[in-house]
Design a protein. Structure first.
Lengths: 325, 299
């Protein structure tokens, strides 16, 4: 599998200018286009934004580092309830609350990841699945967190502008991480962990870093969700939600960032378009998963980025492509 | 003391069910190194197969022991065919690819079957009493139900049969060889595909038996029962050491006892957490599980 795309050599300033321009465009849309847009449509777009954040975290953990996490919704729950607690009990700006919620999720990721990522194999899948279960039982049994009835009376702050500001920040952060030496180590862990260990690289540390970063962005997605409809419920973070996020990453393609993001947008919007045949939605969805794995196991853009499709062949990345002849 | 003994009976009864399902997970993992997420759904389908078979044959109207045996054999056969079909259609084409792909396909099959169940069977359905039920008060407050006896005896009988098949027959020896090393087994002329298929059949038969036992005990079945019991049974398999047959039995009983003790002595709302707390605990101290062998990765 090819590694992350090598960046074209260019001034970092240009990149940051582009990023600033993108932020400006997001807030321009928020100020001038959103007031005239159907709220139903805006709602779908905001939900797509949250899926994007959750998915980019898992794309890093699963797609680039090859660690199978089945409890991403658990980290979303930590972020959501962390944000809610901060926002309710302090007068701090809600977006700082979202950041702190993300940190809480990252800390949870550290607690889960440290003991588990020492092991190879499917243990992480089992433990993260268990973590997802425990965190929900814990929330349901804690009156302080609203119990099974959920937490209500939260401020409504999440809008298009904030959601996509976070999405852009997340995409920039993860892209830069993947293009750093860390990113090379992540890809090597996925492709051959034993070889990497024999070179003296601390693979556990690399896996924990990827896992904690992935948990952080899931936590941010959860935090935004908690400030979106004024209430959160444990049932929003069940195992099925983890599977949704997993499906987006896998269908989009492991080892790709843009592929899963496209899949996240499509699979979040799809249920809305499929309303008339809502009963069959999950059946279509699961068949899609099975057929994709059999027919196109690498997913939509496995190991590639969207931009690679538009590049001319000679300019194709070769920096870390394992099989480059 | 009475409370403890009562929870012991309840726990062993629940644990026996977990053990029967866990065996299917552990045997498939032993041969393919695959967490077969669809196994819980095979169990669920077994319960509904038993229900419709009982209605079709009229066993629910006039229950009889031969009738129940026919229903049991029918449900178990249905599960065997379903398990083998899943393996043939969804897993075999992917056997050469990375394990991640097969794992995701397994999740897909699980979702597919569960949603077919929701569409076809609706939500909760009640399951008729097919056998006479009785309660015996052993001492004051300590109750043994006939369903518990059914579960114990059936489970022990099935375990003995399984032990015989795995340890004493030709196909059992082939199963052990394949789980030891699939490539070597193939070189020795063992028909690996047929053995894998047989492993799925055996695991699914046990799941079908567990489904009928639980349906006769609780009298209600629903399309989501597969994910609830399946997940716990899988945890039981990991507790005992995934890939190990005695481990699955020990893990199932341990988990069943732990759950009933927690709901008896702490609070029933924390019952669902204990499985995962045990799981994380065992992975911290003995990742290979109670009976698992520690394996070193070789290049």
């Amino acid at each position: 599998m090819a590694g992350p795309a090598a960046p074209a050599v260019r001034s970092p300033l240009l990149g940051y200018a582009l990023f600033a321009a993108a932020i400006a465009v997001v807030w321009g849309i928020e100020a001038y286009a959103i007031p005239w847009t159907d709220p139903y449509f805006t709602g779908i777009v905001i939900r797509i934004g949250m899926s994007l954040l959750a998915v980019m975290g898992l794309a890093l953990v699963l797609g680039f580092t090859g660690q199978f996490s089945l409890g991403h919704a658990g980290f979303m729950a930590v972020g959501a309830y962390g944000t809610a607690m901060v926002v309710i009990h302090t007068g701090i700006h809600p977006m700082v609350g979202v950041f702190l919620g993300g940190l809480a999720a990252a800390f949870a990721g550290l607690l889960v990841g440290l003991p588990t990522l020492r092991l190879t194999g499917d243990y992480l899948a089992v433990v993260t699945l268990g973590f997802n279960g425990i965190i929900l039982v814990f929330i349901q049994n804690t009156p302080f967190l609203g119990g099974a009835a959920g937490l209500t009376g939260l401020p409504v702050v999440t809008n298009f502008g904030w959601t996509f500001t976070w999405v852009l920040l997340g995409a920039l952060f993860i892209r830069n991480l993947l293009n750093s030496s860390h990113g090379r180590v992540f890809a090597a862990v996925r492709d051959n962990e034993i070889a990497l260990r024999s070179l003296g690289v601390d693979t556990t540390r690399a896996k924990v870093i990827a896992f904690v970063v992935g948990a952080f962005w899931a936590g941010v997605a959860g935090g935004l969700l908690s400030l979106y409809r004024a209430s959160i419920f444990p049932s929003q973070f069940q195992f099925e939600r983890s599977i949704d996020i997993l499906a987006m990453v896998v269908l989009g393609g492991t080892g790709s960032l843009s592929g899963p993001l496209i899949a996240a947008a499509a699979l979040t919007a799809l249920p809305e378009l499929l309303r008339p045949i809502a009963d069959y939605r999950m059946i279509i969805y699961s068949l899609l998963l099975i057929v994709t794995m059999i027919v196109r196991p690498q997913g939509l853009l496995g190991g590639k980025e969207l931009i690679d499709l538009f590049r001319r062949r000679p300019a194709a990345p070769k920096a870390s492509g394992g099989k480059a002849a | 003391m009475i409370l403890f003994l009562q929870q012991l009976i309840n726990g062993l009864s629940l644990g026996a069910i977990y053990a029967l399902i866990a065996l299917g997970y552990t045997m498939v993992y032993g041969t393919l190194q695959l967490i077969n997420f669809a196994h819980g759904e095979v169990y669920m389908m077994g319960a509904f197969a038993a229900l419709y078979l009982a209605k079709w044959l009229g066993v629910d109207q006039n229950p009889s022991v031969p009738g129940v045996i026919v229903v049991a054999v029918g449900a178990m056969a249905f599960c065997a065919v379903l398990g083998m079909t899943i393996e043939r259609v969804a897993y075999r084409p992917l056997r050469k690819m990375s394990r991640l792909n097969m794992l995701i396909t397994a999740i897909g099959v699980s979702l597919l079957l569960q949603n077919i169940g929701l569409l076809a069977f609706g939500a909760l359905q009640s399951f008729p009493s097919l056998l006479p039920e009785a309660k015996w008060e052993l001492t004051a407050g300590l109750v043994l139900r006939s369903q518990d006896v059914q579960i114990f005896t059936t489970t022990v009988a099935l375990m003995l049969a399984l032990h015989h098949i795995v340890e004493r027959t030709q196909i059992g020896r082939a199963m052990r060889a394949v789980s030891h090393s699939r490539d070597t087994a193939a070189l020795m002329g063992i028909p690996v595909d047929r053995v894998v298929s047989f492993t799925f059949a055996i695991g699914s038969v046990l799941a079908g038996a567990a489904a009928l036992l639980i349906a006769l005990d609780k009298h209600k079945i629903e399309p989501t029962m597969g994910s609830a019991y399946g997940l716990k049974a899988f945890v039981a398999a990991v507790l005992g050491g995934i890939g190990s047959i005695p481990g699955a039995v020990a893990g199932g009983l341990l988990l069943g006892l732990a759950e009933t003790m927690v709901s008896g002595y702490i609070a029933s709302t924390w019952r669902d957490a204990i499985a995962f707390i045990l799981l994380i605990g065992i992975l911290l101290y003995k990742p290979s599980g109670l009976f698992g062998k520690h394996t070193v990765e070789k290049v």
